[in-house]
Every structure is written in structure tokens, then in C-alpha cells.
Design a protein around this ligand. Structure first.
Ligand code: SF4
Length: 431
């Protein structure tokens, strides 16, 4: 929303005494809305500094007795023109001023006494349907016109809407917001939202909470946490020379190594923790130590899957033709298979050689996505388990959105590396 604002509230030294009157609440207003600074007295033709003036009857008179009504009216008319030009339906104006004051203004005696009434500009704007607020009304205004600044980011097409909770962007219901904002074609669109929050442990740099497009909360996302690290670095929340970032997730603290070019983070490698194959820890309702090439019926066929947890549950299926599969029906059938009490992400993987895999992924709660970091890790871990790839060697995984590099150590520790990109910034303010 575009808001006309008294310039002095934004720190412009345009007051009669050559000073400004900066208002601390402006910072949050500026984060959520587009502010258009304007000083009616300056634009009306008065110099700075100038004699203070007050409204006396129908006129505006300066303390030295000069009639400055014409200048005040000209400034008010220009303010109205600016509002119409920029489609401002709201103005936040300096309280008590003979131009900008709304509700109360000085009474014309130059004694500091207030009377009920509006300044010349505030009155003209209100007469023309513009809602006028004073600076003390900003908290109420933020509640009345909620807006959420966001940053759209992606890691090889795994796209999320990032919301900065460190600077205090207000969000009451993150799950509902994720559903509203993630809807493709009808909204911003994305695989979900990721809120970047202050860390619970000050030894870490930030905490991320991610909500899938269906509103369910995800524990961890490899591409999401890499973008979160870029968000923290590019937003200046970590020192410029910092190259190792620790981010808290619902799956524990993740350490990331940043790639930085020209002061911006371009990508990151993340320690994804250990691949886990124990059925109870995935969870998958199969007895034994591992679920490997386990036959499962879904969508009228039998599929052999290997179950892996990368902090979230995965079922990896090796197949010669992932591109030929009908994921619209197969994906939900496997995601909701009764073997997986928490549902499951499913990877359909073709082995090209010992260092290259190709895959499609069906993400729990989001459907088919261009990329899934934990999915790529699960695919390589399963490929190492099956003997397709060697432990300790980087494996390039080609997904629909691009390539990721995954290295699975002999002790099943997994590192994931790839690009992280910012697409654009915006403000979410539904009509
Ligand atoms: Fe501030 Fe309004 Fe006075 Fe200009 S006219 S200094 S914007 S209160």
C-alpha cells in the first residue's frame, strides 16, 4: 500500500526550525508499505527555517503576523495531487501541525494550547476520502492493514517465500499464510514459506521454520536451509567475513559453508547430518534393520523402495524411466501409503553412472517439485547402500531444476552443495 507521509517524520529537516521529527514506528511501516514523503509547507512555497504559524479562524498566521494561508492551501492541494497520482488511500501525518495535524491542532494563541480540529492539508485529504492517521496511530494502522514483506528465493527451482522474523515482521498463523501465499497461479506461488527467526541459542546465527504449500510444518529442507543461509548473509545478520553459518532447524542445527562473490552469497554447502536407515526412525512400519528394495503396491503396480531418513522420511525407487511415470497418481499413492505413518517424500531415480544420478521427486505436502535437497541426499545414500555409487565421492544429481552435488561419507554423513538465488522482494497485502 502506498502511504503519503509527513516528510519530517521520516527524518527530513523540513520543520519550521530546520529540524526533523523522526518517528521510530516508521521503520516497520516502511518495511511493510511504500512511503511517499511530502512536506506541504515546503511545497507550498515557504522557506526552511521559517516563522512558526498557527490557524486563526479561517487563516494561517505566522508568529510575526504574516498571512501564509495561500502557501498552506497550495501545499494541501499539491498533497492531494500526489495522493491521486500515486493512488494513496492513507496518509500518516505529523500530529498537531497547522498543516498536517489531525484531530487536534494548536489553537492560534502560540501558547502551546491545543484545540479540536485538523490542519489545512489533513482536512483537505480527509474531505477527499483519504484516511488520515497521526504518528501515534501507526501500530493500529499496521494491524488494520497487515502486510508481510517477503523475499522469493530458490535453490535450483525449489522455491520458497522467505519471511524475516528477525526484524519482527508480524505473522500470526504461519500455516495459513503458507497455504495462501504458496498457491501457484493464484498467489505468489512457491513450495512453501520459510520464516527466518532469531536463534534460540545465541551461538547459532538463525533459526528456520518451514511450512509446506499445504500448511504442514516441515522439519528440514536442504535447498531451503541453503537459501536461509544466503538470506542471513545477504541481510547482514552475520559478519561480512563469516563463511560458516549455523542454522537451527526442527531436525537440529545445520552447519553451512558459504560461497560468496562480490559481497553476495551465491551458494552453500550444508552438512545434512547422517542418513538413517532404521525403520522406526524414518518412520516406516516394517521390521528389520533396513528397508531396502522393499516391494510395495501402489497405483496398481509393485515398486521396490529403499527407505531413508534425512531428518524427514524418504522412499527411493530406482527406475530406468523416471520421466515416463505418472506422478500425479503415483506420488499421492506412495506419499499416503499406510507403511508411512508420517507420509513420505518419494524419489524416482535413474543411475547414469557411479557419479551421476537423474531423478524426479514427489514432496510430501507439495507434490512434484523441481528440486529437493534432502531428496537428492536420500537418493545418493540409497545409491551408496545399493552399491551404485561409492562412499566419499561427490555425486552429481540432476533434478528438473538443475544439479546438486552430494557426498555421502562411509559413516553416512552427508554434504549437499548447490546454488542459492534471490528472485525478487515484495510485500504481501491481499485485497
Ligand atoms: Fe512536517 Fe507537515 Fe510541518 Fe512539513 S508541514 S514540517 S511535513 S508537519
Amino acid at each position: 500500500m502506498k502511504i503519503l507521509v509527513s516528510a519530517c517524520l521520516l527524518g527530513v529537516p523540513c520543520r519550521y526550525d530546520g529540524q526533523s521529527k523522526p518517528c521510530p514506528d516508521m521503520e516497520m511501516l516502511q518495511k511493510q508499505h511504500t512511503l511517499i514523503p511530502f512536506c506541504p509547507e515546503c511545497i507550498g512555497g515557504l522557506p526552511t527555517p521559517r516563522d512558526p504559524s498557527e490557524i486563526v479562524g479561517d487563516a494561517v498566521i505566522s508568529r510575526s503576523g504574516r498571512d501564509v494561508t495561500a502557501e498552506y492551501r497550495r501545499g494541501a492541494e499539491e498533497a492531494l495531487k500526489i495522493c491521486r497520482m500515486f493512488d494513496c488511500r492513507v496518509a500518516v501525518l505529523k500530529e498537531k501541525s497547522p498543516s498536517c495535524g489531525h484531530g487536534k491542532v494548536y489553537d492560534g494563541t502560540f501558547s502551546g494550547t491545543l484545540r479540536t480540529g485538523d490542519g489545512i492539508t489533513a482536512a483537505l485529504l480527509a474531505e477527499n476520502g483519504i484516511s488520515v492517521y497521526g504518528e501515534s496511530d501507526i501500530p493500529a494502522l499496521l494491524t488494520e492493514f497487515p502486510a508481510v514483506p517477503f523475499t522469493k528465493m530458490h535453490g535450483i527451482g525449489n522455491d520458497y517465500i522467505f519471511i524475516d522474523r528477525i526484524c519482527g515482521v508480524p505473522v500470526d498463523d504461519m500455516a495459513s499464510l503458507a497455504v495462501e501465499m504458496s498457491a501457484r497461479r493464484f498467489s505468489v506461488g512457491g513450495d512453501g514459506i520459510i520464516c527466518v527467526c532469531p536463534p534460540e541459542d545465541p551461538a547459532n546465527h538463525g533459526r528456520m521454520r518451514m511450512f509446506n504449500a499445504d500448511g504442514s510444518e516441515g522439519k528440514m529442507c536442504g535447498n531451503g536451509v541453503r537459501c536461509a543461509a544466503k538470506f542471513l548473509y545477504d541481510s547482514g545478520y552475520v559478519p561480512e567475513d563469516c563463511r560458516e553459518i549455523r542454522v537451527e532447524t526442527l531436525s537440529g542445527v545445520r552447519t553451512l559453508h558459504l560461497q560468496v562473490e562480490n559481497g553476495r552469497c551465491t551458494g552453500a554447502a550444508v552438512d545434512m547430518g547422517k542418513a538413517v536407515f532404521t525403520p522406526a526412525d524414518i518412520p516406516v512400519l516394517v521390521s528389520g534393520k533396513k528397508v531396502q528394495s522393499y516391494p510395495v503396491e501402489a497405483a496398481g503396480e509393485t515398486w521396490k523402495l529403499t527407505a531413508v531418513s534425512m531428518g524427514n522420511p524418504h522412499a527411493v525407487i530406482f527406475t530406468d524411466k523416471p520421466e515416463a511415470l505418472l506422478l500425479e497418481s503415483l506420488g499421492p499413492a506412495l506419499e499416503h501409503h499406510p507403511l508411512f505413518p508420517d507420509r513420505v517424500n518419494v524419489e524416482f531415480v535413474r543411475v547414469l553412472d557411479g557419479e551421476h544420478l537423474e531423478m524426479r521427486v514427489w514432496e510430501r505436502g507439495s507434490g512434484e517439485t523441481y528440486a529437493c535437497g534432502t531428496g537428492a541426499c536420500a537418493a545418493v545414500a540409497a545409491a551408496v547402500l545399493e552399491g551404485y555409487c561409492a562412499a566419499g565421492k561427490p555425486v552429481t544429481v540432476r533434478l528438473r531444476g538443475g544439479c546438486l552435488t552430494v557426498t555421502v561419507a562411509k559413516d553416512w554423513q552427508v554434504w549437499l552443495e548447490g546454488p542459492a538465488e534471490t528472485v525478487y522482494r515484495g510485500v504481501w497485502q491481499p485485497e
